[in-house]
Design a protein around this ligand. Structure first.
Ligand code: ATP
Ligand code: MG
Length: 466
């Protein structure tokens, strides 16, 4: 939130206008002035403002009507009404009608400065609340961010399955969040305070896998100098995540079946039957049914696991979640600089949405790490995305940039349309230039600084609209 505000002053009295704008400028703010409510509405349609100071009594549309109209058209603009000395009723009415504050004429610079500082605080607090609301809305499932219908189905399943002790199979491409979901299942279950143990079935050396999972007795093999508990026993009372279960050797699948069926196991080198109370959650990146058909996975284990299945959709099928998750990473990843970007430009957002994300959320996270290194401004632009995202993401966009469709529109705002058209052309040039601004400027026959200045108002527009 900038400490300097963009203020519009409305008063039919020229001297009052001059006086207030100069006071505002003296207090360090930008000020423009209009002599009527209609002119003010037009000015606000043309450019963004933070604050509107309006006299109440004006010929034509008065200050209260202007307040109502401004609230309806530009809800982020705070309105301060200026009332004549002593008209307390008007002040009360103003606050009821939604004014952020009121000033009684005549007033001096210190009073104005004090009111302005309160308004700055109010705006900062409001934006903080909005950010927190957005954050809470997207963060209700143990760090799993997203609102798409596809991910909502996943949330429903997590809640439905959490307290059931039967095994769960989580499937999905790499980086779709299978481990996050496994942890969410654990946290939401009655086992949440008990251990959560994760074992990567593909990462343990074959000869150690049995002992790692089921433990061993002293002397079971060379080097087994004492009894050791395996992952199942360490997870007793809690949840065991068997990551990439398709990598589990067939002979260990037999032992796994026994634990799944009656909750017992025997350690390597021992006959003792050990009872465990463990909820098994398994993940797989591949289609286990095919692995069963190919004889690489036991059908009895598969059918036991598949009872409760959560299938994670690829990121490219989650629509706007791509941007919601990207925003989450912008806020949460460590930033190399003190100020971090808080928004994503429209062309960059389009490229992010068009890129296929075969590495899913993990790949998106890496891309945003790169952006945080490259970006020195408040907004992530196309040029701050990794080159491969720009190349592939933008090439997946429609080829012709010059095709604004007006069909079915009742009315159009010329300024908006021209700016959209310009956006498309600039985006087309940046795409052709692989995201390099200097080259894009050349393609457009513009000096680089001119291209940058065309990009700047979009950045400022996005920042002031947050
Ligand atoms: N919906 C999401 N919201 C926020 N972060 C997510 C989301 N999904 C995944 N992540 C993050 O993406 C990264 C990869 O997630 P995770 O390790 O759970 O994926 P995975 O499906 O287990 O991948 P792999 O199959 O490669 O093991 C992690 O840093 C995780 O925190
Ligand atoms: Mg994983």
């Amino acid at each position: 939130m900038p400490a300097s505000l963009k203020v519009l002053v409305v008063d039919d009295d020229r001297l009052n206008r001059l006086c207030l704008t100069s006071m505002l400028k003296e207090a360090g703010h930008q000020a423009d002035a209009c002599d009527s409510a209609m002119a003010a509405l037009e000015a606000m349609d043309r450019a963004p403002f933070d604050l509107l100071f309006t006299d109440v009594r004006m010929p034509g549309m008065d200050g209260l009507q202007l307040l109502a109209e401004t609230k309806a058209r530009h809800p982020s603009v705070d309105v301060v009404l200026i009332t004549a000395y002593g008209s307390v009723e008007a002040a009360v009415e103003a606050m009821r009608a939604g004014a952020a504050d009121y000033l009684t004429k005549p007033f001096e610079l210190p009073e104005l400065a004090f009111r302005l500082s309160r308004l700055i605080e109010l705006r900062a607090a409001r934006s903080e609340v909005n950010n927190l609301r957005a954050l809470l809305g997207h963060h209700c499932h143990c760090g799993i961010v997203g609102n798409s219908t596809a991910i909502q189905r996943v949330y429903q399943r997590i809640h439905a399955f959490a307290d059931n002790d039967a095994p769960v199979l989580i499937t999905g491409e790499t980086g779709t969040g299978k481990e996050l979901v496994a942890r969410a299942l654990h946290v939401h279950s009655h086992r949440g305070k008990q251990p959560f143990v994760a074992v990567g079935c593909g990462t343990i050396p074959r000869e150690l896998a049995e002992s790692e999972l089921f433990g061993h007795e002293r002397g079971a093999f060379t080097g087994a100098t004492q009894r050791r508990k395996g992952s199942f026993e360490r997870a007793d009372g809690g949840t065991l995540l068997l990551d990439d279960i398709d990598d589990l050797p067939l002979d260990l699948q037999v032992k796994l079946l026994r634990v799944l069926q009656d909750g017992t196991l025997s350690r390597v080198g021992g006959d003792e039957e050990v009872k465990v109370n463990v909820r098994v959650v398994a993940t797989s990146k591949i289609d286990l049914e095919q692995a069963v058909a190919a004889g690489r996975f036991r059908d009895d284990v598969f059918y036991r696991l598949r009872g409760l299945e959560i299938s994670l959709p690829p990121l490219r099928e989650r629509g706007d979640d791509i941007l919601i998750i990207a925003q989450h990473f912008l806020r949460s990843l460590p930033s190399p600089r003190q100020t971090r970007p808080c928004s994503i430009s429209a062309p960059a957002a389009r490229a992010l949405k068009a890129y296929p994300w075969r590495g899913n959320v993990r790949e998106l996270k890496r891309a945003l790490e790169t952006s945080l290194v490259l970006c020195r401004s408040e907004e992530i632009l196309l040029e701050h995305l990794p080159d491969y995202v720009v190349r592939q993401g933008v090439s997946a966009l429609p080829q012709s940039p010059f095709c604004i469709n007006l069909e079915g529109r009742e009315e159009v705002k010329l300024k908006e349309l021209v700016s959209q058209f310009e956006d498309e052309i600039i985006e087309w040039a940046l795409k052709k230039a692989d995201g390099q601004q200097a080259r894009a400027a050349e393609l457009l026959g513009l000096p680089r600084t001119t291209l940058q200045s065309r990009l700047l108002p979009r950045r400022q527009g996005a920042a002031s609209s947050t």
